[in-house]
Design a binder for this molecule. Structure first.
Ligand code: NAP
Length: 341
C-alpha cells in the first residue's frame, strides 16, 4: 500500500547546484526533511549552503548534508542513497547551446537517470520523483494542446539533443520503475522562471537576462509556456506526501509566455532600460541559424506554441499556479538585484 514519505525523512536530491534544485532543497528543509544533496563536485557545497539556508531556522543547517556523484560515473551513488527514504532526481545537462553530437547530452541524462534510480532501488529507496520536462511531451513547432498522455516524437523535425535527452531519460526512468518496483512521479515543467537564490542564473532565466541586457536587436517569435520555480519546487516536495501522484507524469506550467510578450512586460516594468520589443521575422532567425549555433535552437521552435494543459497538476496537487508574468518579473528583479543584468 503506497504511503506518504513522512515529514523528517531523509531525501536525496541530485544536482543540488542547479537553479531548480536549490529551491527544492530549501522547500524540503522548510518542510522538516533531512536533505542529502548530491553534487558532481564537492567544491560547490558552500555555494549551495549560502543559497539555500538564509532565512531558515539555524537547526536546518544540520539537516543539509552532501554526497558526491557524477551522472557519468558509478562512484558515489550507492553511498548517496544509504538510509534514505526518497530520491528527487533533478540532475541532467541543460546547456543553452545544443552540441553537434546529441550523445553529449543524451548519455549523461539517460545513464545518469539509470545510475541514480538503480542505486535507489538497490538501497531500498522506493519513492522517486524525477524532473522531466514538457520537452518529453511536446514536439518542437507543435501547435496543438497537449497533456501527459503524449510523448515527444524523436523523429519529428527540429527535435534538439536536449529534447531527446529528456524524453529518453524519462522513458528510462519509467522502464526502471516497472522493472525494480519504484514508486515514480515525473514532473514535466515548461520554461522555469522565477526568483534566483544566488548568482547562478541557469539556462531558462538566461532568456530573461538576454532581453534585459538587450543582447539582440529584435525578439524571436517563440511561443514558450512558463512556470515559476517556486511552484515547480512545491510540486516536487508535495509529491512525497501524495501517493495519488505515484505512477503519474504531471505537467508543471502556468501558461503561455511568448518571447515578444516577455519583452513588452519587461519594457513596461523597466521603461528606462533599452529592451528590444520589435519582433524578428521568422525568415531572419532561420537565416541566422545557418551561421549561429544559439539561433539554431531558436529556429527549431519557430511557428510552434507550447500549449500544455495544467489540469492534472491542479487536480492532483491542488496547484494554483503563480502567473507567468509574475514569474518573469521575479526573474528580472533577481537578475537586477544580483547585478547580472
Ligand atoms: P541547471 O541549473 O543547469 O541544473 C542542472 C543540474 O544538473 C546542475 O546541478 C548540474 O551540475 C547537474 N548536472 C549536469 N550534468 C551533470 C553530471 N554529469 N553529473 C552530475 N550532475 C550534473 O538547470 P535547471 O534549470 O535547474 O534544471 C534542473 C532540471 O530541470 C534538469 O533536469 C532540467 O532538464 C529540468 N528542466 C528545467 C527547465 C527549465 O526551464 N529550467 C524546464 C524543464 C525541465 P553542475 O552545477 O555541476 O553543472
Amino acid at each position: 500500500m503506497p504511503e506518504p514519505v513522512p515529514p523528517g525523512a531523509l531525501v536525496v536530491l541530485t544536482g543540488a547546484s542547479g537553479f531548480i534544485a536549490k529551491h527544492i532543497a530549501r522547500r524540503l528543509l522548510e518542510d522538516g526533511h533531512a536533505v542529502r544533496a548530491t553534487l558532481r563536485s564537492p567544491s560547490r557545497e558552500a555555494e549551495v549552503r549560502a543559497a539555500v539556508l538564509p532565512g531558515l531556522p539555524p537547526e536546518a543547517e544540520g539537516r543539509l548534508t552532501f554526497a558526491t556523484a557524477d551522472l557519468t560515473a558509478d562512484a558515489g551513488w550507492a553511498q548517496a542513497m544509504e538510509g534514505a527514504q526518497a530520491l528527487l532526481h533533478t540532475a541532467s545537462p541543460f546547456p543553452l547551446n545544443q552540441p553537434r553530437d546529441p550523445e553529449v547530452l543524451i548519455r549523461p541524462a539517460v545513464e545518469g537517470t539509470r545510475r541514480a534510480l538503480t542505486a535507489a532501488a538497490d538501497a531500498g529507496v522506493r519513492r522517486v520523483v524525477l524532473t522531466s520536462s514538457v520537452a518529453a511531451i511536446v514536439n518542437p513547432g507543435s501547435r496543438e494542446m497537449r497533456d501527459e498522455s503524449t510523448w515527444l516524437d524523436l523523429e519529428a523535425p527540429g527535435v534538439t539533443p536536449y529534447y531527446a535527452s529528456k524524453a529518453l531519460a524519462e522513458r528510462a526512468a519509467w522502464d526502471l520503475a516497472r522493472d525494480r518496483g519504484l514508486r515514480l512521479t515525473a514532473i514535466n515543467p515548461s520554461v522555469v522562471l522565477g526568483p534566483l537564490l544566488d548568482r547562478q542564473s541557469g539556462t531558462s532565466v538566461a532568456l530573461v537576462q538576454r532581453l534585459l541586457r538587450a543582447r539582440d536587436p529584435l525578439v524571436p517569435r517563440l511561443n514558450f509556456a512558463a512556470v515559476d520555480v517556486r511552484d515547480v519546487a512545491a510540486m516536487h516536495v508535495r509529491a512525497l506526501a501524495l501517493p495519488a501522484t505515484e505512477g503519474e507524469r504531471v505537467i508543471a506550467s502556468a501558461g503561455l509566455l511568448p518571447m515578444p510578450e516577455m519583452a513588452r512586460i519587461l519594457k513596461r516594468a523597466y521603461p528606462d532600460r533599452r529592451i528590444p520589443t520589435r519582433e524578428a521575422p521568422d525568415w531572419l532567425i532561420r537565416a541566422l541559424a545557418l551561421a549561429l549555433p544559439d539561433m539554431r535552437t531558436a529556429a527549431s521552435f519557430l511557428g510552434g506554441r507550447d500549449l500544455v494543459s495544467n489540469a492534472k497538476a491542479r487536480r492532483l496537487f491542488g496547484m494554483d499556479f503563480i502567473p507567468p508574468e509574475e514569474a518573469l518579473l521575479a526573474s528580472a528583479r533577481s537578475l537586477i538585484e544580483q547585478g547580472l543584468a
